[in-house]
Design a protein around this ligand. Sequence first.
Ligand SMILES: NC(=O)c1ccc[n+]([C@@H]2O[C@H](COP(=O)([O-])OP(=O)(O)OC[C@H]3O[C@@H](n4cnc5c(N)ncnc54)[C@H](OP(=O)(O)O)[C@@H]3O)[C@@H](O)[C@H]2O)c1
Length: 263
Amino acid sequence: MQNEQNYNNELKGKIALVTGGTKGIGKAIADKLTQAGAKVIVVARNHGQKPNPEHHFLAGDISNAQDTEALVKEIVDKFGKVDILINNVGGLNSPGGGYSVLTDEHWEKDLQVNLLSAVRLDRLLLPLMTAQKDGVIIHISSTSGLVPQWEANLVYGVAKSALNTYSKSLSNEVANKGIRVLTVSPGPVKTEGMEAFLNGYANNAGISVEQMTQTMMDKIGGIPMGRMAEPTEVAELVCFLVSPKASYLTGANYLIDGGNIPL
Ligand SMILES: NC(=O)c1ccc[n+]([C@@H]2O[C@H](COP(=O)([O-])OP(=O)(O)OC[C@H]3O[C@@H](n4cnc5c(N)ncnc54)[C@H](OP(=O)(O)O)[C@@H]3O)[C@@H](O)[C@H]2O)c1
């Protein structure tokens, strides 16, 4: 892309962990951090279709406590540290239709994937970061955490909203230990996850994916830029935030939404 920033190997010597780094936004972030010189570990349940040979892939379900503990042990044994943690795993696992169709199981699953996976991983890796008095943690949230869309994604929005508050609290707690914690809230992004969401809803509603996409854009109040983001555009922002260029930034929640949120 024309607007790519040049990081001149600024992340050389850094170890970065990107959860969900095999597809979509996570893959774009992992690629960008690699270009900037970091050694990048990606975690997902499967390899993904176009693995980057420069990424160190580890298999695991990050919404599961046992898998996560085993992953962290493997990372510590192999790499000794994590300087940059990108908590990117998340997504919609519950049906639309509002509160009455949502069971305890739906709530538990989406809270695990969108909130507790990050809380757990932060808790396991922060001691390593605080010991070296250096580290950056990014939480990938969503504009759904700021603007409720109960018809489509009630649990997801609640989980992302909680993630925003948790991220801010954590940033206050660890700022004086040399750790920066930031939130990034994308609007719609063209990823495999978004494609699956649109296909599923279009199927259920008996309309085309194009009609469904338009319905979603209208529902969220329109995107002034008239399109979804590319994953690489989110990756550019994240790469800046974890770089030394952003040394005074912590605690903030960065919208990347083509102008969608009206404030
Ligand atoms: N796309 C959007 O429009 C959009 C908008 C706002 C916010 N976001 C947020 O951005 C993040 C990434 O979204 P995306 O659209 O890029 O997702 P995506 O295309 O569905 O990719 C998700 C990635 O996470 C991995 N993953 C999913 N569940 C996992 C688990 N339990 N354990 C380990 N890995 C897991 C997937 O690999 P496996 O399936 O092989 O595990 C894949 O690598 C999410 O937090 C999402 O909420 C997305």
